[in-house]
Design a protein around this ligand. Structure first.
Ligand code: BTN
Length: 234
């Protein structure tokens, strides 16, 4: 079910407070806002509001036997990539863990939060407009021609997300990682990583590890696995 509100602080925060008050939100529930006044981004950043853009959150209830909840970040990125592709926009690439880029500029972002064993997946997609983010290159689908409307996109995303979730549960991580990698920038793409608590790491994209972490080939030829951090194209 897709529930739409006209304005709120943050759809992730709303879902979190509904869960905290004991409301049962089943998988397949989406909360979508026309406007967000306090949108949350990754690594404590804000997510700027933009009229006509998609801003929505859903829930996943991981069970025993499911792949690790952190891998939902990859699943969500792939679901957004597929939804946009099914609506006819094809030149977007994923960047680990789940940013969607067009010619290096960020078009979508995803924030995962966990409350009482439930994962809240918050997704922002610049359909109509790209907010100004100092120091970051951002773009909107509408910059390069007609973009899907918000409601049409929301419907497509609810479908691709549900489909990927079913596959994640039934077929495990390996097929998801293969699909993610074919939707990502090519192997060898130069990346700059800011892992938490240490300096910048430069390397070339060497694909995903079996658990979905990022692998980089460093300048000395060694392989390094990145578990968390900000990843930028060089
Ligand atoms: C990022 O920094 O890349 C993640 C951005 C996630 C933004 C979305 S918009 C809908 C949902 N509600 C929020 O407050 N944040 C997420």
């Amino acid at each position: 079910m897709i529930e739409v509100v006209d304005e709120t602080g943050s759809t992730n925060a709303d879902v979190a407070s509904r869960l905290a008050t004991g409301e049962y939100l089943p998988e397949g529930t989406w909360l979508v806002a026309d406007r967000q006044t306090a949108g949350r981004g990754r690594l404590g950043r804000v997510w700027n509001d933009g009229a006509g853009n998609f801003m929505g959150s859903t829930v996943v209830r991981p069970g025993t036997g499911d792949p690790a909840p952190a891998t939902l970040a990859l699943l969500a990125g792939l679901a957004v990539h597929e939804a946009i592709g099914e609506l006819g926009v094809r030149d977007l690439r994923l960047k680990w863990p789940n940013d969607l880029l067009r010619e290096g500029a960020k078009v979508a972002g995803i924030l995962l939060e966990m409350i009482g064993g439930v994962v809240i997946v918050g997704i922002g997609v610049n359909l109509a407009s790209a907010p100004d983010v100092p120091g970051r290159s951002v773009a909107a689908l509408a910059d390069h021609g007609a973009a899907p409307g918000r409601d049409r996109f929301a419907g497509a995303l609810a479908e691709t997300f549900a489909r990927e979730l079913l596959r994640w549960r039934s077929a495990g991580l390996a097929p998801l990682l293969r699909r993610w990698q074919s939707a990502a920038h090519p192997l060898g793409t130069p990346l700059r990583v800011l892992p938490s608590g240490e300096g910048e790491v430069h390397g070339a994209f060497a694909g995903l590890a079996e658990d979905g972490n990022l692998r980089l080939t460093l300048e000395d030829g060694s392989l390094r696995t990145i578990h968390a951090g900000d990843v930028l194209l060089v």
